[in-house]
Write a protein that binds this ligand. Structure first.
Ligand code: PRT
Ligand code: ZN
Length: 286
């Protein structure tokens, strides 16, 4: 039997859609069947295992899966012998300490002698130790935000994305313990064959990520502005220039980074660019 890479992803929940989408955009297609435990890729030497996110680090460590897509928060909490090989830029959140809004919290020392409810006891323990705080940890597996209201703990440490859960439970975020996003983790001891398949997958993931961070841009400009505009949007190697049928004008094609997109657009306009078109890129290989 030829080698395949076993990729663990979340069976259902916040990571599932993003994980499947990333694999699809990387060219892997799966026979659907949501209630399956695993699904082979039709056109790539891989199969997907659908698991609870909390179990993924253990399965990757035990070699039941070769790689897994899971929140960085879960990787940090589980403390398994696995490597983070790529940050995946989705399911972003932070693990934060929060206290009732009515409390006069003035800094970490407020936590001395208090109890913190959390589903992340290891991460919180380490954080307290690093900051020399003597607080108790009360581990609970869900609905952490109700703990102060029912007298279980004075503070909580939980994941936050919009902050609306904290708000509606009368809590205030006071410290960010860690930032998190979905990551690709791997068993550190993959065979050379598996490693080669993983490298191929990583190459594709990188092409997808680069494409997301860039846009294709087309514009018209007077010929004497080509040089300055090229300095603003140098593109991958250099822009493509094509003459317009109108004398003295050209069409210039390049790529522009999503992060400073609007700033660049303002610059281009002031340099005489007109008729600017911006188009999403699907894959980008440099
Ligand atoms: O069933 P299984 O065990 O697989 O799933 P799960 O219920 O343990 O996990 P799930 O699907 O809720 O979350 C999976 C991962 O998504 C987490 O480990 C994080 O890496 C990531 N993620 C991103 C989040 C959030 N954002 C998030 N907001 N996970 C949970 N939340 C919860 C948080 O716990 C709190 O209850 O959402 C609430 C806060 O959200 P806001 O928007 O109100 O601040
Ligand atoms: Zn879970």
């Amino acid at each position: 039997m030829s080698t395949i890479l076993r990729i663990a992803i979340q069976k259902s929940g916040r990571l599932q859609e993003g994980s499947l989408q990333l694999l699809k955009e990387s060219g892997l297609s799966f026979s659907n069947g949501k209630d399956q435990l695993k699904a082979p890729a039709r056109n790539f030497p891989a199969e997907v295992l659908f698991l609870r996110d909390d179990d993924i680090p253990q399965y990757v460590e035990d070699n039941v899966a070769d790689v897994g897509i899971v929140g960085e928060n879960v990787v940090a909490e589980k403390q398994k012998d696995i490597k983070i090989i790529k940050r995946l830029d989705f399911a972003k959140c932070r693990l934060s300490l929060a206290v009732p809004r009515s409390e006069n919290y003035e800094g970490l020392s407020w936590l001395n002698g208090k109890n913190i409810a959390t589903s992340y006891p290891n991460i919180v323990q380490e954080f307290l130790k690093k900051n020399n705080i003597a607080a108790g940890i009360h581990e609970i597996s869900g609905s952490v935000e109700i703990a102060p209201g029912i007298g279980l703990a004075e503070a909580i440490c939980d994941l936050v994305s919009t902050g609306s859960t904290l708000l509606s439970n009368g809590l205030r975020e006071v410290e960010v313990v860690m930032q998190s996003e979905a990551v690709l983790t791997s068993n550190p001891m993959l065979s050379a064959e598996k490693k080669a398949i993983l490298d191929k997958l990583l190459f594709r993931i990188e092409a997808v990520q680069k494409a997301k961070n860039n846009k294709y841009i087309l514009l018209n400009c007077p010929n004497d502005a080509i040089e300055t505009i090229t300095n603003v949007i140098p593109g991958m190697k250099s822009p493509t220039i094509m003459p317009l049928s109108r004398k003295g004008w050209s069409s210039l094609h390049s790529v522009v980074d999503e992060n400073d997109f609007w700033e660049k657009i303002d610059q281009l306009r002031s340099l005489g660019a007109e008729g600017i078109l911006v188009i999403p890129i699907e894959k980008m290989i440099v």
